[in-house]
Ligand binder design. Structure first.
Ligand code: C2O
Ligand code: CU
Length: 490
């Protein structure tokens, strides 16, 4: 979500979401309110999105009824209240959701092996879909308009599939994606592995960049160039819709934080208590548990990415910070900014870490061949973005045989990083910039740095026509998207 929308709507009466897109926020004076510096925002308590209500009594079926509709997001601020006419997912069976910002949408919680059934009513003024980011679903459930239909306003669709991966995933539209996600349509899917010990609190932490950068050109230009920072703005990260919130938790408790970057373009360089040099306790990235726990000083999180962090809370507060990092320049100058603080209650000692069974496993060999090559190019000045010199939907479709052990090579010829994302399959990162991975790494979204390369290996075991794209949404919208066919699905 962008603050641009908040600014645009402050002082005017929101009348619901903008019609079809491009005019949103531009008719009113965007500068009627000033957001001030981030520390002018009142300190707020942490709020998590509600868990969606499962209406199926069977133990192995999670059946949820969602509605996508217009919403007014409100943010209390030292200078007043900002109002954003946007979109939100709501649980048709949930209690009234009185959060100020109704994004993220309800969290869908299920366990490995469950069937997830989600009925979506489209109460928007535009066609939509749901894409299940990171989940290997049958391709007719993948929520892309490529050779399947969208859900028209007033219509419904039921998504149904079996969950075969444990971890933290997310859902969002895949039509007019840049605008619909920015307006607030996104939520988290948690697939628990029942053999794992539960944390005292298992919390969804969705980060969205409400940038303070602004231009005279409005939302389109700002996002289409993907260049918030270039216009002099600093990232302003909201955590589940609140800026720098504080979570109160009992000292002596163990927290599992499932962190998602749901922003359109924002990069994070996460660190824990920067001043004290405390490493992050990293349990998982995009695709479930790492081979073993990791303790990086800094972890980059790019649009679409997830990490799971464990916090074993003693009596000292714990904070998550974001160091300056730009997708068009890499690490920047300046101090890290606080994103979230956990404030302990009581005087319990820090507990032992969760006894998780990390899976181990060595990095796969690089078999040497390249089955598909994706060359990313383009530039921020023109807003034109290409894969193999082509722009979606005028693309050449690469094909793989079902069950093929395949290697993809991605080369980035542009001075801008791009989060590479592929639908329908997770992949193992064999190497980045020619350097083999030092630990087994399974992802669905991988940042390809400036002029960087990566080699990715996966088994093409899911037949379909799968989108392959950059997860900087203005880049995807600007053409940086293609299709990979596995088998003969039609
Ligand atoms: Cu998160 Cu093709 O998308
Ligand atoms: Cu990109």
């Amino acid at each position: 979500m962008s603050l641009w929308w908040l600014l645009a709507c402050a002082g005017s009466t929101p009348t619901g979401p903008a019609g079809d897109g491009d005019d949103g926020g531009r008719d009113s004076d965007p500068l009627v309110a000033d957001t001030g510096a981030p520390d002018a925002w009142a300190p707020l308590g942490f709020v998590a999105p509600p868990d969606a209500v499962d209406i199926d009594p069977a133990d192995d079926v999670v059946h949820v009824q969602l509605r996508a509709g217009g919403a007014v997001h409100r943010v209390e601020h030292a200078g007043g209240t900002l109002e954003l006419a946007g979109y939100a997912y709501v649980d048709r069976n949930g209690a009234a959701d009185d959060r100020e910002v109704l994004a993220p949408g309800p969290t869908l919680r299920a366990k490995l092996g469950d069937t997830l059934r989600v009925e979506l009513d489209n109460g928007l003024d535009a066609a939509t879909t749901i894409h299940w980011h990171g989940l290997e679903v049958p391709w007719e459930m993948d929520g892309v308009p490529w050779k399947s239909t969208t859900i028209a306003p007033g219509e419904s669709f039921t998504y149904e599939f079996v969950l075969t991966q444990a971890g933290t995933f997310w859902y969002h539209p895949h039509v007019d994606t840049e605008r619909q996600v920015d307006l607030g349509l996104y939520g988290v899917v948690v697939v628990a592995d029942p053999s794992e010990p539960a944390a005292d609190q298992d919390l969804v932490v969705v980060l969205d960049d409400w940038t303070t950068g602004r231009t005279d050109d409005g939302w389109d230009e700002t996002d289409a160039s993907g260049a918030h920072g270039a216009h002099g703005g600093e990232g302003l990260w909201a955590v589940n819709g609140r800026v720098t919130p504080t979570l109160a938790a009992p000292a002596g408790s163990r927290l599992r934080l499932r962190v998602l970057d749901a922003s359109n373009t924002g990069y994070l360089a996460l660190q824990a208590d920067a001043d004290a040099g405390t490493p992050l306790r990293l349990l998982a990235r995009d695709q479930g548990l790492l081979p073993t726990v990791q303790a990086p000083v800094q972890e980059r999180l790019v649009p679409g990415d997830r990490v799971e962090l464990e916090v074993d809370l003693g009596t000292a507060p714990w904070s998550l910070w974001d160091a300056p990092y730009e997708h068009h320049g890499g690490a920047g100058f300046g101090a890290a900014a606080r994103v979230l603080t956990v404030q302990p209650d009581g005087d319990g000692a820090a507990p032992e870490p969760l006894p998780l069974s990390f899976p181990g496993g060595a990095v796969a060999d690089d078999p040497g061949q390249t089955d598909a090559l994706y060359v990313f190019s383009g530039d921020t000045g023109t807003g034109q973005w290409f894969i193999n010199g082509e722009q979606f939907p005028d693309v050449t479709i690469e094909s793989l045989d079902p069950g093929q052990d395949a290697v993809i090579e991605v080369r980035n010829l542009s001075p801008t990083a791009h989060p590479f994302h592929m639908h329908g399959h997770r992949f193992e990162v064999l190497s980045e910039n020619g350097v083999p991975s030092s630990a087994r790494r399974i992802e669905d979204t991988l940042d390809i740095g400036l002029y960087g390369t990566a080699r990715l290996r996966f088994n093409a075991d899911n037949e379909g026509e799968w989108m392959v794209h950059c997860h900087l949404l203005p880049h995807a919208e600007g053409g940086m998207m293609t299709v990979l066919r596995v088998g003969d699905p039609l």
